[in-house]
Design a protein around this ligand. Structure first.
Ligand code: WTA
Length: 567
């Protein structure tokens, strides 16, 4: 029997107080995610239950019980507090998927500070803009990533502490650097948890938009109420499950469902910190008898490409429930997984801003391959007419996905950017920025984004950020960045570049430009191709028409070009 039981029955009279009751939370009380994921689970008699099974490169592995993660979070929390980190200070986590990333996250929350996880593959410039915007006080990192922090620290007056979790004493520590080792520190049995309340800020995740710099999405401790229940009902996590979320906590999936959801439910989870390979993934599932697996379409497409033979080499019979998020999940992938794993991937749809799954295919519900499913109980999701912003009643008609604000884990603002936050609301609807339609049975069908943001392999890339990096190169006069089709990543980044006089449009220059921007961008945002052009299509007001270049790449109708400069 699945946790959700009947979706239809759950919708009837749904109230989030159901989740509050299960978590024994009374409105007005203190609420701290770090405490809920550790101390409370230990109090419930699960102190010796395995919380984390971790595997890294070269066969390294570690296992932690709930009491171990409680102690580790306390120890990191105490260390930060002793450094002078206070509640609401931003503490960045800039690490590979090593245990300290997960345990540090909980430690930061326990002392009431705000966790700012950033993907460790970010280059120094990507790191800089996010730390600058958040006025981050401390960064926790590893030896292998500290050089990026050193390059930018002089431009970050707020950054007082650079904490290295694997310092080996070989080279002297530099300005503002501190060594901290979980293995060497005295475990802190009791830590005074900061009395955070429902609206106290918890996590700051950066996400890309079409214009401007990345936006810091501010979440609060009350988000737990929704993270807990969605993890329970959508991912169907049950007490004896072994759960694997493949996402990195640099992205929201890796925190909402790679830390908070499962651990607030007292579930054992696995983490694999090594690059993608079908054989390594299947071996991992087999070895740990993974039962619930939450992954992403790009990974699933890569597994499809690796073929069925490699599946047959492994015993994956432990798998009970599969779910996916981040990009459109093609019907082929759903059908394929049904064939090779004996169960379909259940698509789920949500955003950094929503904090939790908003639309999903639930256990026990009929899966329509290619559809994202239906809104979570308590979530009012509609399709709005793009002009009137009124809900569209007609089945199959495409419009904007919008939600009625007010669920517990809705972002509270964009950090230092309230105006952009306010602009996300029209007629008291939160606009997701995506387009879809609803069929006559209430299933949502994703169509595309309503802006120019590129979703490459589940990672949102702002064309503006890539264009800005390109423009800093002396040879580049103008640039326009759009997506082009790709078999595995669905779409990848392509840059059109107009050169300054005196530069030759050749392969050598392309390489130079690529190397120049590589230092500024995350590897995921790197263009796969640069095309030199004599001019770029623009509107009469001088805005580059990415839409036209996009249509050209995708072989689509060009549509209305009446505002084009050259006409
Ligand atoms: C896209 C990730 C199609 C969408 C949790 C959304 C999806 C953006 C799906 C959010 C899905 C997410 N089908 N598209 N099931 N899930 N998206 O903020 O464009 O990194 O707005 O959060 O990813 O990406 P974000």
């Amino acid at each position: 029997m699945s946790n959700i039981g009947s979706y239809e029955e759950r919708i009837e009279g749904f109230d989030w107080s159901l989740s509050e009751k299960e978590l024994e939370y009374t409105p007005g009380d203190r609420i701290n995610i770090g405490w809920y994921c550790t101390d409370r689970i230990c109090r419930m008699g699960k102190a010796d239950k395995t919380a984390l099974i971790w595997e890294g490169l070269g066969g390294a592995s570690r296992t932690y019980t709930f009491n171990d993660i409680r102690l580790a979070a306390n120890t990191i929390g105490r260390f930060l507090r002793d450094l002078g980190i206070a509640d609401q200070d931003r503490v960045c986590l800039f690490m590979d998927k090593i245990p300290e990333l997960y345990l540090g996250f909980l430690g930061i929350l326990k002392i009431g500070a705000i966790a700012q996880p950033l993907f460790s593959a970010f280059g120094d410039e990507s790191l800089l803009v996010r730390l600058e915007n958040a006025e981050t006080s401390a960064i926790i990192t590893q030896r292998k990533h500290v050089s990026k922090v050193r390059k930018i620290r002089d431009r970050l007056p707020h950054l007082k502490h650079i904490i290295i979790v694997d310092y080996d004493g070989r080279k002297p520590l530099q300005e503002r650097e501190q060594a901290f080792s979980l293995d060497d520190a005295d475990p802190v049995e009791e830590l005074e948890v900061f009395p955070t309340e429902a609206e106290s800020p918890s996590v700051l995740h950066y996400t890309s938009g079409t214009t401007g710099m990345p936006k810091g999405v501010k979440h609060v401790h009350y988000s737990l109420i929704a993270q807990y229940l969605t993890a329970k009902w959508v991912l169907d996590l049950q007490d004896d499950d072994i759960y694997w979320c493949t996402a990195d906590p640099g992205w929201v999936t890796g925190t909402s469902y790679g830390i908070i959801g499962p651990w607030s439910l007292g579930i054992t989870q696995c983490v694999l910190d090594c690059g993608f390979s079908a054989a390594a993934w299947y071996r991992f599932i087999e070895k740990h008898r993974v039962t619930v697996w939450y992954s992403a379409p790009t990974a699933i497409r890569s597994l499809m490409r690796a073929g069925e033979e490699v599946v047959k080499d492994h015993d994956l019979s432990g798998l009970r429930h599969l779910a996916s998020v981040g990009e459109p999940l093609n019907s082929e992938a759903v059908i394929w997984s049904g064939k090779v794993f004996g169960k379909p991937f259940h698509d789920t749809y949500w955003q950094t801003e929503t904090g939790v799954i908003m639309i999903a295919n639930y256990p026990g519900m009929k899966v329509k391959p290619g559809s994202m499913g239906k809104p979570f109980p308590g979530i009012t999701g509609v399709i709005l007419d793009p002009v009137s912003h009124e809900p569209i009643a007609e089945a199959g008609k495409i419009g904007l996905i919008a939600f009625k604000p007010g669920w517990p884990s809705m972002m509270r603002t964009y950090w230092n950017n309230e105006a952009t936050y306010q602009a996300k609301f029209v007629n008291n609807w939160y606009l997701s920025g995506d387009r879809a339609s609803i069929d006559n049975e209430g299933y949502f069908w994703f169509v595309g984004r309503d802006d120019d943001v590129i979703n490459t392999g589940g990672h949102l890339v702002s064309p503006f950020e890539v264009e800005s990096a390109l423009l800093e190169h002396e040879a580049v006069a103008e640039s326009a960045v759009v997506s082009k089709p790709d078999e595995v990543n669905m779409e990848v980044v392509k840059a059109f570049v107009m050169l300054n006089p005196g530069f030759e449009p050749d392969a050598e220059l392309e390489l130079k430009i690529m190397n120049f921007i590589r230092k500024k961008l995350s590897p995921l945002a790197m263009p796969q191709e640069i095309e030199y052009v004599e001019s770029l299509p623009k509107t009469r007001s001088g805005k580059i028409m990415r839409r036209l270049l996009h249509a050209q790449e995708w072989g689509e109708e060009i549509g209305d070009t009446s505002t084009l400069e050259d006409e």
